[in-house]
Design a protein around this ligand. Structure first.
Ligand code: SAM
Length: 242
């Protein structure tokens, strides 16, 4: 059954008003009509099986037939502190990371970041990419997208088990760290930009209790590394099925 996220203020008792984006998808893309059932989610951790009462060009209304806790959310929250990337590669990380189960994305400016600012329209585009990926993959909540932050600021405020995959790390591997440290519901991953981290950034991260880890002997593109690290970590803690 198709799933759509709606704003929490769309819910009025057992009625749900359908905003333009959702109405357009239902009416013009899915050819849904009165009586069609879909799942709506208000990002509170619940999902609502609804029946369309009416849907028009700019809006519509549905009636809640059943509500239940939303599925699709991992118990372990992976927060991906991904250095911002050129072109649409950062969007690829957002889309694929959402599908895999990343709970939060923190765009990071690091020393070798080529991208040095995030315009409002870019942030809005990223939110759309997250919403569509969360609907397609059956997430129960929208992954959080923070404002872009400086690498050093992120290192100073992060809490919980935090790792910085670094291709210069020749000793400690991801599996070893995950198995020797209890992942207590939260894991932070820091990924460098196209040109990688400066050694001084890795040293600073280490000084903040963030552990450098290797992702193996091959050099991964930045957009690959975040996804591989997140997927491997979610697999290791049992979030990709038995
Ligand atoms: N120094 C790299 C090179 O020679 O091309 C550039 C950095 S790589 C494209 C981007 C980021 O991916 C790195 O900053 C690191 O966070 C991560 N990464 C890539 N390969 C890795 C590996 N084998 N082990 C750990 N981290 C890796």
């Amino acid at each position: 059954m198709h799933r759509f996220f709606v704003s929490e203020d769309s819910m009025h008792g057992n009625k749900v008003s359908l905003e333009h984006r959702v109405a357009h998808q239902l009416r013009d893309v899915l050819r849904a009509r009165q009586g069609t059932r879909v799942i709506l989610l208000d990002n509170t951790g619940y999902e609502y099986e609804v029946e369309i009462s009416w849907v028009g060009k700019d809006g519509g209304e549905a009636t809640v037939k059943e509500s239940r806790p939303a599925r699709g959310e991992p118990n372990t929250q992976v927060h991906l502190y991904q250095s911002i990337l050129k072109g649409d590669r950062f969007e690829l990380v957002l889309q694929k990371g959402t599908e895999v189960g990343v709970s939060a994305f923190h765009p990071v400016f690091s020393l070798r970041s080529v991208v040095t600012e995030v315009r409002p329209n870019k942030q809005e585009r990223w939110e759309r990419v997250l919403t569509e990926a969360a609907e397609q993959s059956g997430r129960g909540r929208l992954p959080f997208l923070s404002e872009a932050v400086l690498f050093t600021d992120a290192c100073e405020v992060v809490e919980g088990l935090s790792l910085i995959p670094y291709e210069g790390e020749g000793v400690t591997g991801l599996k070893e760290v995950l198995r020797s440290n209890k992942v207590d519901g939260l894991l932070n991953l820091f990924i460098g930009p196209e040109g990688g981290f400066e050694d001084q950034e890795v040293d600073f991260a280490r000084s903040q209790g963030i552990t450098p880890v290797s992702l193996g002997p091959r050099i991964l593109r930045a957009e690959t590394a975040g996804l591989v690290a997140a997927t491997a970590a979610l697999y290791e803690v049992g979030e990709l099925g038995p």
